[in-house]
Design a protein around this ligand. Structure first.
Ligand code: GLU
Ligand code: MG
Length: 462
């Protein structure tokens, strides 16, 4: 609840911050939230209004969570109503430059009711609650340290050609030829990330034609999700400055590899890593084993939070490095949970959730993952043996495929008491309604039509 005192304190803090932001040439503020379908929605305000906006927020209709993959509203959703209003409040410590040349700054927002209560369907609010529950010291929380980071894959090109998509930057997989062809673009992108205060670890051409990849520096879950949102905006901005169309769609054409949005996580208990240095399989500690086992069990239910689009499930096919098997393995890129042992420079052992793509709302995904981890530690289950090699070959009889369609994944999501309890009934139900709307949208289209409809996602009409 943001009572009157909290609101006034936020206004004072914003007023104190304002001169420094204006002195940096910033003039406008884009306040965003990510809706149920993974679209980043925005209200823009003059930066001078920050104290007032920090106190009162800006209006946003609750119907925004019913905007689907192409922006249309499926009327069967309970949120498809014209009434009500919420206040989108910028989270002050997330304000950073977005595009300094044009004076735009960015802030993550959270939505509240007009009387100051946090809106129960607010995705960032859900993520924040889960982070607090998991990381607060015992007995209030689970006392876990959790560090997370995202990788972003995207393609630059234009619709057309035999595949329905023509790459705009030539060059082979991971090729220096593509690096050189795209060097001005990538340099501008690196400058843009630096200017936006977004630390990154790697930036290079990926496997697919016209595909690039950026690994963001890890941080606490909320910070990792905020960074993903802001970095995507920077990628879109720089691409459009170069006259390039960029797509984060998980599947642009049947014969191309897809775009993933892999999630990395490492965990500690009292500063000691859980995913390495232990005596269990792959060097896991006992608690690390419980964490992996619990996450593995919840993966089918988590899938609608990791992959929002119908075409996400076309990407999740064997042999596309999207890891569609419900197994774990050490350094296995076809295992849904890839355990990466500790690195030589002291990088902690980590897990990579490869199934996630960029249609995920990162706050919902991380909130769901944290809920699954919390449950995994409370109720430890035995961990199955790791799988080595391609599960389609080495474990053909035993490796279970993850759900093959959004509709199948939705059954698992709906049937997960862990997610329902953590999200609350209303958030859980309305996210399921949004996925159901996406399933209905897909039923009316051929596979080619479906892929074309989200080819330049999140840009609709492209
Ligand atoms: N592009 C692949 C995907 O869709 C991932 C390639 C890789 O980074 O291993 O997830
Ligand atoms: Mg990659």
């Amino acid at each position: 609840m943001r009572g009157v005192e909290q609101r006034e304190a936020d206004a004072r803090q914003a007023a104190e911050r304002l001169p420094e932001l204006l002195a940096r040439g910033l003039r406008r503020l884009a306040i965003t939230f990510v809706n149920h379908s993974g679209a980043v929605l925005v209200k823009g305000v003059p930066l001078e209004r920050l104290p007032q906006v920090a106190r009162d927020g800006v209006g946003f209709s609750p119907v925004a969570d019913a905007f689907g993959a192409t922006g249309l509203i499926d009327p069967l959703q309970s949120l498809a109503r014209p009434d009500g209003d919420l206040r989108l409040v910028p989270v002050l410590d997330t304000i950073q430059p977005l595009d300094p040349d044009t004076g735009w700054a960015w802030a993550a927002g959270e939505r509240h009711h007009q009387d100051g209560r946090l809106y129960a369907l607010d995705q960032r609010g859900f993520c924040r609650r889960q982070q607090t529950t998991l990381t607060q010291p015992e007995p209030a929380g689970s006392g876990l340290g959790l560090t997370t980071g995202f990788e972003i894959e995207w393609m630059v090109g234009r619709p057309g050609g035999a595949d329905g998509w023509q790459a705009a930057v030539a060059g082979g997989p991971y090729g220096t030829d593509r690096l050189i062809e795209g060097l001005d673009y990538l340099s501008a992108l690196a400058d843009g990330l630096d200017a936006a205060g977004l630390p990154w670890l790697q930036l290079h051409p990926e496997y697919g034609s016209g595909q690039f990849e950026l690994s963001l520096a890890p941080g606490e879950p909320l910070q990792a999700a905020d960074r993903l949102v802001a970095a995507r905006l920077v990628i879109q901005r720089i691409s459009s400055r170069f006259g390039l169309r960029c797509s984060f769609s998980p599947m642009l054409a049947p014969d191309l590899v897809g775009n993933g949005g892999h999630l990395h996580l490492s965990a500690t208990r009292e500063e000691r890593p859980l995913l390495g240095g232990g005596s269990g399989a792959g060097g896991l500690t006992a608690e690390g084993e419980a964490l992996v086992a619990g996450l593995l069990e919840q993966l089918p239910a988590l899938l609608p939070l990791a992959c929002s689009l119908n075409v996400s499930f076309l990407r999740l096919a064997p042999g596309r490095w999207a890891a569609p098997f419900q197994v774990w393995g050490v350094e296995n890129r076809e295992a849904a949970l890839r355990l990466i042992p500790a690195g030589p420079a002291g990088e902690p052992a980590q897990l990579e959730l490869k199934v996630a793509d960029l249609s995920a709302n990162p706050y919902l995904l991380l909130g769901g993952v944290m809920a699954a981890i919390g449950e995994a530690l409370r109720q430890p289950r035995p961990l199955p043996a790791p799988v080595a090699g391609d599960p389609a070959v080495t474990a053909a009889d035993t490796a279970r495929r993850l759900p093959l369609s959004l509709a199948d994944a939705l059954v698992a999501f709906r049937g997960s008491p862990v997610l329902r309890e953590a999200m609350g009934e209303a958030l859980h139900r309305t996210v399921a309604e949004a996925r159901e709307a996406e399933v209905r949208r897909g039923e009316e289209l051929s596979q080619a039509g479906l892929i074309a409809s989200t080819r330049c996602w999140p840009l609709s009409g492209g």
